[in-house]
Design a protein around this ligand. Structure first.
Ligand code: MF3
Ligand code: CO
Ligand code: CO
Length: 274
């Protein structure tokens, strides 16, 4: 890849941690509001106000023209859904993706730090198939995160995620994936969730100072996607349900920190353990 890979210095790590913590916290708070009758716009307004109250900025609002704070992608919608006045109903799968930008004055220089994370929340009681989808996609995310280590390669992450998708026999979205995070938010390297990508593109080494957003998207049906006529929302071509989970990982000298992991969002899976 020709575009540069962004590397943060140790002095910048605390600012990255704050951006990650805020992104993790607001995702958790939005998740608590997911219930039948709530509209996606209500969630978006709440998130934007909360983020601004912390003196931070919603990363996505205005990014490449995206109009909102949250990406809200319900059921067959995979990612990049625009919050509308749609009311949530019992049984919905509600993917919420949120980025938080923190601007710090570092040695007199303004710099931008971003935390990016997503979680697919069940609205009320969901079907057994949907539960299995959430469990698999979350497992794929954690499989990817667990292999991250300085000296390994991006393809190690892709392989770990793809293995989980195959184990569950779910469709694995190919057109989107994880990414480095830098001052302009999305940064090299792109992190595909499948290995075949590396037959065509180079494989980068994981280095200390990188922040990597890992984000598998799995579908109950096939992996094919379609773009909605709103120009943003990505949905499954067969209209079957999809799920999306994401965390941001900071590679430090002493190991990997999942900077968006507030622990709380994980607790929901206690309900799914057989
Ligand atoms: N949050 C997505 C990601 O995780 C990207 C959203 S871009 C937006 O990479 F413009 F739709 F907000
Ligand atoms: Co995201
Ligand atoms: Co991302």
């Amino acid at each position: 890849m020709s575009a540069p890979i962004c590397i943060f210095t140790e002095e910048q790590f605390p600012h990255m941690r704050r951006a990650g913590a805020l992104a993790g916290e607001i995702l958790h708070l939005v998740g608590e509001k997911v219930r039948p009758g709530v509209t996606l716009l209500e969630l978006d307004t709440f998130a934007e106000e909360w983020i601004r109250d912390q003196g931070a900025t919603p990363t996505f609002k205005g990014y490449m023209g995206f109009p909102s704070t949250l990406c809200t992608s319900v059921n067959e919608n995979i990612v990049h859904g625009i919050p509308t006045d749609r009311e949530l109903k019992e049984g919905d799968l509600v993917s919420i993706d949120v980025g938080v930008t923190v601007t710090e004055d570092f040695n007199g220089k303004p710099f931008t730090y971003v935390g990016d994370n997503a979680f697919t929340f069940p609205c009320g009681e969901i079907s057994p198939k949907s539960k299995r989808l959430l469990k698999a996609t979350n497992a794929a995310l954690w499989a990817g995160l667990e292999v991250i280590q300085a000296g390994k390669h991006i393809s190690d992450i892709a392989a770990a995620i793809e293995a989980v998708a195959k184990e569950y026999r779910f469709g694995n979205v190919k057109e989107f994936g994880g990414h480095g995070i830098g001052p302009s938010y999305h940064c090299q390297p792109f992190i595909p969730n499948f290995l075949e990508y590396f037959n065509h593109f180079p494989d980068d080494e994981i280095k200390i100072g990188m922040v990597l957003a890992i984000e598998p998207m799995l579908n109950i049906g096939g992996s094919a996607i379609k773009k909605h006529k709103d120009g943003w929302t990505i949905m499954t071509a067969d209209r079957k349900n999809s799920a999306h989970f994401e965390h941001s990982a900071l590679i430090t000298f002493s190991g990997v920190e999942i900077i968006t992991d507030v622990k709380k969002t994980k607790n929901i899976f206690h309900h799914f353990d057989e």
